[in-house]
Write a protein that binds this ligand. Sequence first.
Ligand SMILES: C[S@@+](CC[C@H](N)C(=O)[O-])C[C@H]1O[C@@H](n2cnc3c(N)ncnc32)[C@H](O)[C@@H]1O
Length: 337
Amino acid sequence: MSVAVTPDNIMQLGLGFWASKTLMSAVEVGLFTELAKGAMPAEAIGERLDLHARSLRDFLDALVSLGLLERDAVGRYSNKPEADMFLDRAKPSYLGGMFEMANARLYTYWGSLTEALRTGRPQNEAKSGGNLFAELYAEPERLEGFLSAMTGLSLGAGRAIAEKFPWSDYKTFIDVGAAQGGVPVQIALAHPHLTGGNFDLPAVGPIFERYVAGHGLADRLRFYPGDFFNDKLPSADVLVMGHILHDWNLEEKRLLLKKAYDALPKGGALIVFEALIDDERRKNVFGLLMSLNMLIETPGGFDYTGADGAAWMREAGFSRTHVEHLVGPDSMVIGFK
Ligand SMILES: C[S@@+](CC[C@H](N)C(=O)[O-])C[C@H]1O[C@@H](n2cnc3c(N)ncnc32)[C@H](O)[C@@H]1O
């Protein structure tokens, strides 16, 4: 029997930005945060969030159809459990920072994807030269937005790393480029015997320290200011690099792995995690699109497979490597010294 060929998938993909932008705008206006306080009819939502009456019902019902909101028999809207857990700004499980950043920056920059594909050049604040991080960090609001977006991106992976890595064999760890600290906080919360910190650019320090203090971990996690290209990495039993290598070209990736190897004691381990592309480069849609995002964001960055990461680690000197899935699109490569 022949399978009917339909355009459904193509239509969903081609206009996928409609749904994506509807979610981003809902996060931007604080819809899920407001509804986390209790169910509300459309008119009250419109008033509270300053939304025009014309498309209010369409906006809310679109979110119902997208599985993010519920509407009860008397027309009151409330969050579905996922939206309540991950999109309410008042909860520590909030992931919306990623969508706030995507809404404020990536959504526009991805409009120039074709130009990026033709020129191989970034399309963001660093389009006319310079370094993404220098550009982002020059303005406090953008800095804060980017760092909290990283927590949204990596919280799930952080929890999985806390669970899957044999932390009881180690005492200290430093997350290199931990941004706000989403991952080290998850690791430290799950393993009270560990102490460690975040080695990152100096501007990140106050934001990391505030986040860590907010989780009651200031006595176990400290900030190590530095630049991983100009300074030696601090030493610890375990070093972590999340979404670091994909920001840089191959030569820079190799340099960072070598620096991590040099900073580790014998018996130490390096955990590299990101949306590692499957070795066949066919399945991990998020990882492959993330690599295009690196085209938009950086002069030479790209994502890579677990096999690539493990091979570069062995070239850097690691005696044993191991690739393990974490959660969703994310996996880790561990190198043992
Ligand atoms: C893409 S973010 C990843 C954040 C976090 N590891 C995660 O996975 O969510 C890259 C991080 O590297 C840091 N970084 C960029 N350049 C750096 C440098 N030269 N030295 C130290 N840290 C740097 C940034 O400040 C940022 O925290």
